[in-house]
Design a protein around this ligand. Structure first.
Ligand code: ATP
Length: 293
């Protein structure tokens, strides 16, 4: 195989609780992550040596700061592979939007290189390497959806919910994840709600689960960033429910009853100058479907 093209999906958090601060400085979280159709495309091509990154979007880092670069470097070194790769990234997922774009791209790079060089690494080992690159990388190896714990790297498989229409909107501001965690007043809480949410999803009580969705990080984000709070309010008024910030934001998503409604709401946001798109949640991880090789 000389070249491989992979679909690198985004995620939304239907539930995110912060359980406490750990001694290593990270926070202990409990979350339910679902994949969405809003995806990047990653094309890997064998090279005799070196790692090169190509992306049209100038905001995507083109050197060792890119998570794809770091993923390729790590896997090539750990597997003792003599060879290199050129990586082409076509971005659709908002950058630094709380949708895990960079982490998803890293997972796609690990998975793709494993195929390209016929390394035969099992998924579990790639997940282990992925967790070194970033807390959100392992969840992008889930088959359907993910129940997430630890600093985000401990992933249990979760059955996907029936595909739902979403409106995903980005107010175009930047939020540093670390600053959100820093400002968070930690509640006295346990992972009980997360476990209940998981049971609701797994037993097919999706409507009940959706009505209990929440994101603890909203306590900080909605107060500190009025643009995000206004966008959430607007989506609620337009009929989306629930409406949540994804991860630490600033992306906001709203669940819509029907495709037509989702498309209409997304168009009306776009007309008023907001980046928005209508898309569905996924019930299978497209990373494992090869587009081309
Ligand atoms: P996080 O919550 O970890 O900050 P995110 O999902 O909000 O992640 P990403 O799109 O992953 O946002 O971007 C976070 C940072 O990672 C950006 O500042 C960007 O410069 C850097 N980055 C590295 N590699 C990539 C990549 N392949 N795609 C997008 N951003 C990348």
């Amino acid at each position: 195989m000389k070249q491989v093209t992979l679909i690198s999906p985004s995620k939304i958090n239907l539930f995110l609780e912060v359980l406490g601060r750990r001694d290593d400085g990270y926070h202990e979280i409990c979350s339910i992550a679902v994949l969405t159709e809003l995806s990047d495309t990653i094309t890997l091509e064998r090279r005799t040596s070196g790692i090169t990154i190509w992306a049209k979007n100038p905001k995507v880092p083109s050197g060792p700061d890119n998570l794809c670069y770091r993923a390729a470097d790590l896997l090539l070194r750990h597997s003792g592979t003599h060879g290199g790769v050129s990586i082409r990234i076509e971005k659709q997922i908002p950058i630094a939007g709380g949708m895990g774009g960079g982490s998803s791209n890293a997972a796609a790079t690990l998975w793709g290189l494993n195929l390209l060089y016929d390394l035969g690494w099992p998924r579990e080992e790639l997940i282990g390497l992925g967790s070194v690159l970033g807390s959100d990388v392992p969840l992008f190896f889930c088959r359907e959806a993910a129940f997430v714990r630890g600093r985000g790297e401990r992933v249990e498989e979760l059955a996907a919910l029936t595909p739902r229409w979403l409106v995903i909107a980005n107010p175009g501001i930047e939020i540093l994840t670390a600053s959100v965690y820093r400002r968070l007043r930690l509640p006295l809480t346990s992972d009980k709600t997360g476990v209940t949410m998981r049971v609701l999803f797994e037993s097919g009580q999706e409507e009940a689960a959706l009505s209990h969705c929440f994101n603890r990080l909203e306590d900080v984000v909605l107060e500190a960033y009025p643009a995000v709070a206004n966008l959430k309010q607007r989506l609620l008024l337009l009929g989306a429910s629930p409406v949540l910030v994804s991860g630490s934001g600033p992306t906001v998503f709203g669940v819509m009853r029907e495709a037509e409604m989702a498309k209409r709401v997304a168009s009306s946001l776009v007309e008023s100058g907001i980046t928005a798109v209508a898309c569905r949640t996924l019930d299978r991880n497209p990373l494992f479907l090869l587009a081309d090789h």
